[in-house]
Design a protein around this ligand. Structure first.
Ligand code: PEP
Length: 243
């Protein structure tokens, strides 16, 4: 069985004053039942890690594939770990779109992250045009094929339909179940029995109102949450639905 994980992606949001949300979140979390992770912008990782306490894990939103060097503006997996991160989101659709990240690039980054002991959260998901063309499962399988790193023990997969991110729209339960079942089978072919321990997250417009329904779907081990992770009360309610 995979550990349950509620992961928040703050994206390019958050200043020092917003760290108060972490204090509020910490005060409302159940003691156990699932792992809780917040991935703030890189500027806040160290301060959040110092402030969060043991119950809240902290992660990055991207890392470079190289460990150091002449890459202005980038950060390495070692830097994230040094700042107190335990996880890093890789291949988010916004990075694939804004920075032309390929599956091969995502795999390189995930290998670098795992080499530093970070858990790589590899994001996959189809566009609306791909789903409308009946190609969703094929596209996601191909993304997994190209992007999967080598260590299943330091791996989380997030299924995030691009058209569901920030839109208030979600796939049907059957559509999520179909993708998650395919992802579990793909991981099993690659990693054998260890595939069962890889948490499979759903992401895309998860809110307190729909979280319990999404978490009841087979092979959904948690969520990657964007907008609703910015406010402690909303994210805390999502965590409670999972724990
Ligand atoms: C995300 O960006 O990973 C995401 C799922 O966003 P939202 O929850 O806002 O749809």
């Amino acid at each position: 069985m995979a550990r349950k994980l509620a992961a928040g992606n703050w994206k390019m949001n958050g200043l020092a004053a917003d760290l108060a949300e972490i204090d509020r979140l910490g005060a409302m979390l159940p003691d156990s039942g699932c792992d809780v992770l917040i991935c703030p912008p890189a500027t806040l990782v160290a301060r959040m890690a110092e402030r969060a306490g043991a119950r809240i894990l902290v992660g990055g939103q991207d890392c470079h594939a190289a460990s150091s060097g002449a890459h202005t503006g980038d950060i390495s997996a070692a830097m994230l770990r040094d700042a107190g991160a335990s996880h890093v989101i890789l291949g988010h659709s916004e990075r694939r779109a804004d920075h032309a990240e390929t599956d091969a690039a995502v795999r390189s980054k995930a290998l670098a992250a795992q080499a530093e002991g970070l858990v790589a959260i590899v994001c996959v998901g189809e566009t609306e045009a791909q789903r409308d063309a009946g190609r969703a499962v094929e596209v996601i399988a191909s993304q997994l094929e190209g992007a999967l790193p080598d260590d299943p023990a330091l791996l989380v997969i997030a299924y995030e339909p691009v058209w569901a991110i920030g839109t208030g729209r979600t796939p049907t339960e059957a559509e999520v179940a179909q993708v998650h079942s395919m992802m579990r089978a793909t991981l099993a072919r690659r990693f054998g029995a260890a595939a069962d321990g890889v948490p499979l997250l759903y992401g895309g417009s998860v809110k307190p109102a729909n979280a319990a329904q999404i978490f009841a779907i087979a092979d959904v081990d948690g969520a990657l949450v964007g907008g609703a992770s910015l406010k402690a009360d909303e994210f805390g309610a999502i965590v409670s639905a999972l724990a």
